[in-house]
Design a protein around this ligand. Structure first.
Ligand SMILES: Nc1ncnc2c1ncn2[C@@H]1O[C@H](COP(=O)(O)OP(=O)(O)OP(=O)(O)O)[C@@H](O)[C@H]1O
Length: 293
Protein backbone atom coordinates (compact mmCIF):
# COMPACT_ATOMS: atom_id res chain seq x y z
CA UNK A 1 0.00 0.00 0.00
CA UNK A 2 1.87 3.02 -1.25
CA UNK A 3 0.86 6.46 -2.48
CA UNK A 4 3.51 8.45 -4.33
CA UNK A 5 2.93 12.10 -5.21
CA UNK A 6 5.70 13.11 -7.55
CA UNK A 7 6.36 16.78 -8.45
CA UNK A 8 2.68 17.64 -8.72
CA UNK A 9 1.58 21.16 -9.65
CA UNK A 10 -1.88 22.48 -10.30
CA UNK A 11 -2.61 25.81 -11.94
CA UNK A 12 -6.00 27.46 -12.00
CA UNK A 13 -7.22 30.19 -14.33
CA UNK A 14 -5.55 33.56 -13.82
CA UNK A 15 -2.12 32.01 -13.09
CA UNK A 16 -3.11 30.91 -9.56
CA UNK A 17 -1.10 27.91 -8.41
CA UNK A 18 -3.03 25.60 -6.09
CA UNK A 19 0.00 23.30 -5.79
CA UNK A 20 3.63 23.84 -6.75
CA UNK A 21 6.07 20.98 -7.33
CA UNK A 22 4.59 18.98 -4.46
CA UNK A 23 6.12 15.56 -3.69
CA UNK A 24 5.25 13.13 -0.89
CA UNK A 25 5.44 9.37 -0.33
CA UNK A 26 3.00 7.70 2.03
CA UNK A 27 2.41 4.26 3.53
CA UNK A 28 -0.19 3.11 6.10
CA UNK A 29 -0.83 5.54 8.97
CA UNK A 30 -2.48 8.90 9.55
CA UNK A 31 -1.00 11.87 7.73
CA UNK A 32 -1.95 15.24 9.15
CA UNK A 33 -1.91 17.66 6.21
CA UNK A 34 -1.56 20.96 7.95
CA UNK A 35 -1.64 24.42 6.42
CA UNK A 36 -3.39 27.80 6.58
CA UNK A 37 -6.46 28.66 4.50
CA UNK A 38 -5.66 28.70 0.81
CA UNK A 39 -2.50 26.58 1.25
CA UNK A 40 -3.59 23.98 -1.33
CA UNK A 41 -4.95 21.20 0.89
CA UNK A 42 -8.29 20.83 -0.87
CA UNK A 43 -6.57 21.00 -4.25
CA UNK A 44 -4.39 18.04 -3.30
CA UNK A 45 -7.34 16.08 -1.91
CA UNK A 46 -9.41 16.71 -5.03
CA UNK A 47 -6.58 15.54 -7.27
CA UNK A 48 -6.16 12.39 -5.14
CA UNK A 49 -9.90 11.76 -5.32
CA UNK A 50 -9.62 12.11 -9.14
CA UNK A 51 -12.15 14.94 -9.17
CA UNK A 52 -9.62 17.23 -10.82
CA UNK A 53 -6.32 16.62 -12.58
CA UNK A 54 -2.81 17.81 -11.87
CA UNK A 55 -1.34 20.22 -14.41
CA UNK A 56 2.11 18.67 -13.96
CA UNK A 57 3.60 15.64 -12.22
CA UNK A 58 2.26 12.17 -11.47
CA UNK A 59 0.54 10.34 -8.63
CA UNK A 60 0.73 6.57 -8.33
CA UNK A 61 -1.23 4.19 -6.12
CA UNK A 62 0.73 0.95 -5.73
CA UNK A 63 2.67 1.85 -8.85
CA UNK A 64 -0.38 2.66 -11.04
CA UNK A 65 -0.74 6.21 -12.42
CA UNK A 66 -4.09 7.55 -11.15
CA UNK A 67 -4.50 10.01 -14.04
CA UNK A 68 -4.17 7.20 -16.59
CA UNK A 69 -6.21 4.66 -14.57
CA UNK A 70 -8.50 6.62 -12.20
CA UNK A 71 -10.42 3.44 -11.31
CA UNK A 72 -7.29 2.03 -9.63
CA UNK A 73 -7.59 4.62 -6.86
CA UNK A 74 -11.37 5.11 -6.94
CA UNK A 75 -11.94 1.49 -5.98
CA UNK A 76 -9.91 1.88 -2.78
CA UNK A 77 -10.92 5.45 -1.96
CA UNK A 78 -13.06 6.81 0.84
CA UNK A 79 -13.55 10.56 0.66
CA UNK A 80 -15.16 13.04 3.02
CA UNK A 81 -15.06 16.40 1.20
CA UNK A 82 -14.96 19.73 3.01
CA UNK A 83 -18.45 20.76 1.94
CA UNK A 84 -20.12 17.43 2.55
CA UNK A 85 -23.89 17.82 2.34
CA UNK A 86 -26.50 15.33 3.53
CA UNK A 87 -30.05 14.75 2.32
CA UNK A 88 -32.07 16.20 5.21
CA UNK A 89 -35.12 14.00 4.68
CA UNK A 90 -33.29 10.68 4.56
CA UNK A 91 -32.48 8.82 7.74
CA UNK A 92 -29.00 7.39 8.37
CA UNK A 93 -29.79 3.95 6.97
CA UNK A 94 -31.53 5.28 3.86
CA UNK A 95 -28.66 7.68 3.21
CA UNK A 96 -26.01 4.98 3.55
CA UNK A 97 -28.01 2.60 1.33
CA UNK A 98 -28.20 5.34 -1.28
CA UNK A 99 -24.47 6.06 -1.08
CA UNK A 100 -23.68 2.32 -1.27
CA UNK A 101 -25.75 2.06 -4.45
CA UNK A 102 -23.87 4.99 -5.99
CA UNK A 103 -20.54 3.44 -5.07
CA UNK A 104 -21.58 0.04 -6.43
CA UNK A 105 -21.04 -1.70 -3.08
CA UNK A 106 -22.47 -5.24 -3.29
CA UNK A 107 -26.20 -5.51 -2.44
CA UNK A 108 -26.22 -8.53 -0.14
CA UNK A 109 -23.54 -7.45 2.28
CA UNK A 110 -24.75 -3.85 2.40
CA UNK A 111 -27.23 -4.08 5.26
CA UNK A 112 -24.71 -5.75 7.56
CA UNK A 113 -22.00 -3.28 6.58
CA UNK A 114 -24.32 -0.34 7.35
CA UNK A 115 -25.18 -1.80 10.77
CA UNK A 116 -21.46 -2.25 11.51
CA UNK A 117 -20.60 1.27 10.40
CA UNK A 118 -23.39 2.87 12.41
CA UNK A 119 -21.91 1.15 15.47
CA UNK A 120 -18.38 2.31 14.55
CA UNK A 121 -19.42 5.95 14.24
CA UNK A 122 -21.68 5.69 17.28
CA UNK A 123 -24.92 6.53 15.48
CA UNK A 124 -26.78 3.24 15.89
CA UNK A 125 -29.32 4.86 18.22
CA UNK A 126 -29.97 7.66 15.72
CA UNK A 127 -30.26 5.35 12.70
CA UNK A 128 -33.92 6.15 11.98
CA UNK A 129 -33.75 9.91 12.51
CA UNK A 130 -33.75 12.25 9.48
CA UNK A 131 -30.28 13.67 8.89
CA UNK A 132 -31.67 17.21 8.82
CA UNK A 133 -31.95 17.03 12.63
CA UNK A 134 -28.37 15.84 13.20
CA UNK A 135 -25.77 18.05 14.94
CA UNK A 136 -22.61 19.10 13.04
CA UNK A 137 -20.62 16.31 14.68
CA UNK A 138 -23.23 13.68 13.84
CA UNK A 139 -23.25 14.82 10.20
CA UNK A 140 -19.47 14.49 10.05
CA UNK A 141 -19.71 11.01 11.56
CA UNK A 142 -22.30 9.90 8.99
CA UNK A 143 -19.92 11.42 6.41
CA UNK A 144 -17.15 9.15 7.69
CA UNK A 145 -19.53 6.17 7.61
CA UNK A 146 -20.28 6.76 3.91
CA UNK A 147 -16.55 7.13 3.22
CA UNK A 148 -15.95 3.72 4.86
CA UNK A 149 -18.66 1.79 2.98
CA UNK A 150 -16.11 0.15 0.66
CA UNK A 151 -13.55 -0.43 3.46
CA UNK A 152 -11.12 1.96 1.73
CA UNK A 153 -7.35 1.56 1.68
CA UNK A 154 -7.10 5.32 1.25
CA UNK A 155 -9.31 7.50 3.43
CA UNK A 156 -9.26 11.23 2.69
CA UNK A 157 -10.89 13.63 5.12
CA UNK A 158 -10.88 17.35 4.26
CA UNK A 159 -11.19 19.84 7.17
CA UNK A 160 -13.59 17.59 9.09
CA UNK A 161 -13.71 19.52 12.35
CA UNK A 162 -14.80 22.91 11.01
CA UNK A 163 -17.92 23.96 12.92
CA UNK A 164 -17.69 21.19 15.54
CA UNK A 165 -17.79 21.98 19.24
CA UNK A 166 -14.81 20.84 21.38
CA UNK A 167 -16.48 17.62 22.52
CA UNK A 168 -17.49 16.62 18.98
CA UNK A 169 -13.99 17.47 17.82
CA UNK A 170 -12.40 15.10 20.33
CA UNK A 171 -14.89 12.35 19.51
CA UNK A 172 -14.22 12.71 15.80
CA UNK A 173 -10.46 12.64 16.36
CA UNK A 174 -10.71 9.44 18.40
CA UNK A 175 -12.87 7.86 15.72
CA UNK A 176 -10.25 8.56 13.04
CA UNK A 177 -7.55 7.19 15.28
CA UNK A 178 -9.50 3.94 15.78
CA UNK A 179 -10.02 3.62 12.04
CA UNK A 180 -6.41 4.03 10.94
CA UNK A 181 -5.23 0.36 11.02
CA UNK A 182 -3.96 -0.92 7.72
CA UNK A 183 -4.86 2.04 5.57
CA UNK A 184 -3.57 5.41 4.56
CA UNK A 185 -5.60 8.20 6.18
CA UNK A 186 -5.05 11.79 5.06
CA UNK A 187 -6.60 14.37 7.35
CA UNK A 188 -6.40 17.95 6.19
CA UNK A 189 -6.81 20.78 8.65
CA UNK A 190 -5.56 24.22 9.64
CA UNK A 191 -5.96 23.33 13.33
CA UNK A 192 -2.83 21.87 14.90
CA UNK A 193 -4.66 20.18 17.78
CA UNK A 194 -6.73 18.14 15.29
CA UNK A 195 -3.64 16.17 14.30
CA UNK A 196 -1.40 16.56 17.36
CA UNK A 197 -2.56 13.43 19.15
CA UNK A 198 -3.33 11.10 16.25
CA UNK A 199 -1.05 11.73 13.27
CA UNK A 200 1.84 9.37 12.60
CA UNK A 201 3.32 11.94 10.19
CA UNK A 202 2.68 15.58 9.51
CA UNK A 203 3.04 17.38 6.19
CA UNK A 204 3.11 21.16 6.35
CA UNK A 205 1.84 22.93 3.28
CA UNK A 206 1.82 26.64 2.47
CA UNK A 207 1.19 28.49 -0.80
CA UNK A 208 0.99 25.16 -2.62
CA UNK A 209 4.42 24.02 -1.43
CA UNK A 210 5.46 21.27 0.94
CA UNK A 211 7.41 22.90 3.78
CA UNK A 212 8.13 19.80 5.82
CA UNK A 213 7.17 16.15 6.08
CA UNK A 214 8.14 14.75 9.45
CA UNK A 215 6.95 12.85 12.49
CA UNK A 216 5.35 14.94 15.25
CA UNK A 217 8.42 14.17 17.39
CA UNK A 218 10.80 15.58 14.75
CA UNK A 219 8.65 18.67 14.40
CA UNK A 220 8.80 19.19 18.14
CA UNK A 221 12.58 18.75 18.09
CA UNK A 222 12.81 21.53 15.48
CA UNK A 223 11.72 24.04 18.16
CA UNK A 224 13.48 22.53 21.16
CA UNK A 225 15.14 25.30 23.23
CA UNK A 226 13.46 27.90 21.00
CA UNK A 227 10.27 28.64 22.95
CA UNK A 228 10.23 31.27 25.69
CA UNK A 229 7.80 32.81 28.13
CA UNK A 230 7.86 35.94 30.24
CA UNK A 231 5.44 38.53 31.59
CA UNK A 232 5.17 42.00 30.03
CA UNK A 233 2.94 44.97 30.92
CA UNK A 234 -0.20 44.98 28.75
CA UNK A 235 0.94 48.20 27.05
CA UNK A 236 4.15 46.52 25.82
CA UNK A 237 2.29 43.73 23.99
CA UNK A 238 2.07 45.43 20.55
CA UNK A 239 5.85 45.98 20.64
CA UNK A 240 6.56 42.37 21.54
CA UNK A 241 4.31 41.22 18.70
CA UNK A 242 6.16 43.46 16.25
CA UNK A 243 9.54 42.21 17.39
CA UNK A 244 8.95 38.51 17.95
CA UNK A 245 6.94 35.55 16.74
CA UNK A 246 4.29 35.31 19.46
CA UNK A 247 2.60 31.92 19.68
CA UNK A 248 0.38 32.71 22.66
CA UNK A 249 -0.61 35.20 25.34
CA UNK A 250 -2.22 34.68 28.74
CA UNK A 251 -3.60 37.49 30.90
CA UNK A 252 -2.09 37.47 34.42
CA UNK A 253 -2.62 39.66 37.45
CA UNK A 254 0.76 41.38 36.85
CA UNK A 255 0.50 41.77 33.04
CA UNK A 256 0.45 39.48 30.04
CA UNK A 257 2.45 36.29 29.83
CA UNK A 258 3.81 36.05 26.28
CA UNK A 259 4.98 32.89 24.57
CA UNK A 260 7.54 33.51 21.87
CA UNK A 261 9.34 31.28 19.36
CA UNK A 262 12.87 32.54 18.87
CA UNK A 263 16.23 30.87 18.14
CA UNK A 264 17.95 33.04 20.77
CA UNK A 265 16.72 34.14 24.19
CA UNK A 266 14.56 37.17 23.32
CA UNK A 267 15.06 39.13 26.58
CA UNK A 268 17.11 38.28 29.69
CA UNK A 269 14.08 37.50 31.83
CA UNK A 270 12.53 35.08 29.29
CA UNK A 271 12.57 31.46 30.47
CA UNK A 272 12.76 28.46 28.12
CA UNK A 273 9.61 26.25 28.08
CA UNK A 274 8.64 22.95 26.44
CA UNK A 275 7.61 23.36 22.80
CA UNK A 276 4.31 22.29 21.26
CA UNK A 277 3.46 21.42 17.67
CA UNK A 278 1.71 24.76 17.40
CA UNK A 279 5.04 26.49 18.06
CA UNK A 280 6.74 24.42 15.36
CA UNK A 281 3.92 25.07 12.90
CA UNK A 282 4.04 28.83 13.47
CA UNK A 283 7.81 28.94 13.09
CA UNK A 284 7.78 27.09 9.76
CA UNK A 285 4.85 29.02 8.30
CA UNK A 286 6.29 32.32 9.45
CA UNK A 287 9.77 31.66 8.04
CA UNK A 288 8.15 30.67 4.74
CA UNK A 289 6.39 34.05 4.71
CA UNK A 290 9.71 35.70 5.47
CA UNK A 291 8.62 36.71 8.98
CA UNK A 292 10.67 36.69 12.15
CA UNK A 293 11.43 33.38 13.85
N1 LIG B 1 -11.41 26.34 -8.70
C1 LIG B 1 -10.47 27.26 -8.43
N2 LIG B 1 -10.23 28.28 -9.29
C2 LIG B 1 -9.26 29.19 -9.04
N3 LIG B 1 -8.47 29.16 -7.94
C3 LIG B 1 -8.66 28.18 -7.06
C4 LIG B 1 -9.68 27.18 -7.24
N4 LIG B 1 -9.63 26.32 -6.18
C5 LIG B 1 -8.64 26.77 -5.37
N5 LIG B 1 -8.08 27.88 -5.88
C6 LIG B 1 -6.94 28.64 -5.30
O1 LIG B 1 -5.88 27.72 -5.09
C7 LIG B 1 -5.23 27.98 -3.83
C8 LIG B 1 -5.33 26.76 -2.94
O2 LIG B 1 -6.70 26.57 -2.55
P1 LIG B 1 -7.23 25.29 -1.72
O3 LIG B 1 -8.70 25.40 -1.64
O4 LIG B 1 -6.63 24.07 -2.31
O5 LIG B 1 -6.56 25.57 -0.30
P2 LIG B 1 -6.92 24.97 1.12
O6 LIG B 1 -5.61 24.75 1.80
O7 LIG B 1 -7.79 23.79 0.97
O8 LIG B 1 -7.68 26.16 1.80
P3 LIG B 1 -9.07 26.18 2.58
O9 LIG B 1 -8.80 25.58 3.90
O10 LIG B 1 -9.36 27.65 2.65
O11 LIG B 1 -10.04 25.41 1.74
C9 LIG B 1 -5.92 29.22 -3.26
O12 LIG B 1 -5.16 30.34 -3.67
C10 LIG B 1 -7.27 29.22 -3.93
O13 LIG B 1 -7.78 30.53 -4.05
Amino acid sequence: MKLVIDHVSKSYKGNVWGLKDFSLELGPGILGLLGPNGAGKSTLMRILATITRATEGTITWDGVDIAKSPDSIRSVLGYLPQDFGVYPNLNAVEFLEYMAAIKGVDGKAVKRRIDELLEVVNLADARSRPLGGYSGGMKQRIGIAQALLNDPGLLIVDEPTVGLDPEERVRFRNLLSDLSGDRIVILSTHIVSDVEAIASDIALINKGELLMHATPEDLLRSVEDKVWEWVVPGTALPDVKRQFLVSGTIRKSDGVQVRVVSDAQPVPKAGAVSPTLEDAYLRLISSHRGGSA
